[in-house]
Design a protein around this ligand. Structure first.
Ligand code: FES
Length: 137
């Protein structure tokens, strides 16, 4: 199916943005809910600020697995937050305070070992990529 010109142009711009974000180079992706139901927005924002600085530190460390971070509005747990999930491991965490994020960054995101006491669920993703998976146009 042929894409409309404006869709093709929009996708080209998005591919450029993804390239600038170095999509394709990351070993792990953490999504962090910043509330408002699993934690207050203030608690969520403090956790997010800490995660940003931790990710920057991890990504400046030679040899450390590269980390991508995303702030999300709700992961549908809505208690004992800030809530987060780390992919591709599929490890779900609760109570991701700034202090607990320090542990998760050091032990899991860099060290590759879950912080068991903070785990609230597991849903590892795997399997083959979808048929035709490519970003080539
Ligand atoms: S508000 Fe954080 S999981 Fe729903």
């Amino acid at each position: 199916m042929e894409l409309a010109d404006e869709t093709a142009a929009a996708l080209a711009a998005a591919r450029e943005a993804a390239g600038q974000r170095e999509i394709g180079s990351y070993a792990r992706h953490i999504l962090l809910c910043t509330g408002p139901d699993c934690c207050t927005p203030e608690e969520g924002q403090r956790a997010w600020e800490r995660l940003k600085s931790l990710a920057a530190r991890v990504n400046r460390t030679p040899g450390a697995p590269k980390l991508y971070r995303t702030k999300v509005g709700c992961l549908r747990i809505c208690t004992a937050g800030p809530t987060g999930v780390v992919y591709p491991d599929g490890t779900w965490y609760g109570c991701l305070t700034p202090e607990n994020l320090e542990r998760v960054a050091a032990e899991h995101l860099v060290g590759g070992r879950e912080v068991t006491e903070l785990v609230i669920g597991r849903n590892p993703l795997g399997g083959p990529p979808p048929q035709g998976a490519t970003t080539e146009s």
